[in-house]
Ligand binder design. Structure first.
Ligand SMILES: [Zn+2]
Ligand SMILES: [Zn+2]
Length: 200
């Protein structure tokens, strides 16, 4: 099965409507920037993913690295949102906290015909000579090892759908911190719910 990789496509504007990591979230006008349940700080905005007629906005707490349950979907250290694509505006950034990544990175997609995400990432990384050029993937099969830990939708209790992998980023200096691991976006489209977690 092929994987639709999300790959590095240079830098872009903070409010670009295209897929990107970093910059500003595009959100409904009444959007409240999420805060971490553990440290109470404003979360860091990771990615704007407009695919398949929805916009996924991904946040994780970066104020106290490794201490705010970023490995849990419902631990209060991560938030993800599923927005309808119309009428979104740049969100207001809180004044305090680690709220933004150090770079705004454009994403384009690249289909690689490998069964496993890890293999697809390896093939593309070798092709362009940089493994970190792969920023994640959209849809397809997850690279997931915790068989018991798959999140259920908080509203309808259905098993959530795997939606995207997210890597830490193209340059270590400006990347997100997933403890060297991989980020996962899962969604329940009928309930317009999304979650994010990392696995190390
Ligand atoms: Zn926190
Ligand atoms: Zn649901």
């Amino acid at each position: 099965m092929a994987h639709t990789l999300m790959v590095y496509d240079g830098t872009t504007d903070a409010t670009s409507a295209g897929p990107r990591t970093g910059g500003l979230p595009l959100a409904p006008a009444d959007f409240d920037w999420p805060r971490c349940d553990t440290c109470r700080g404003a979360m860091q905005f990771l990615a704007h993913l407009p695919f398949d007629d929805v916009v996924v906005a991904v946040f994780s707490c970066a104020n106290e690295p490794g201490r705010c349950a970023q490995w849990e979907a419902f631990g209060g250290g991560n938030r993800a949102f599923l927005f309808p694509p119309d009428g979104l505006v740049p969100a207001t950034v809180p004044e305090a906290g680690e709220t933004r990544l150090g770079a705004v990175t454009a994403i384009r997609t690249e289909v690689v015909d490998e069964d496993a995400y890890d293999d697809a990432r390896g093939v593309y990384g070798a092709r362009v000579g940089r493994g970190r050029a792969v920023l994640g993937s959209w849809g397809g099969e997850p690279d997931w090892y915790d068989a018991d830990g798959w999140p259920s939708c908080p509203r309808c209790a259905r098993r959530m759908d795997f939606t995207a992998h997210l890597e830490e980023g193209y340059e270590r200096r400006t990347a997100a911190d997933f403890g060297g691991g991989l980020g996962y976006v899962l969604t329940c489209a009928p309930c317009t719910r999304a979650v994010f977690l990392t696995q190390g």
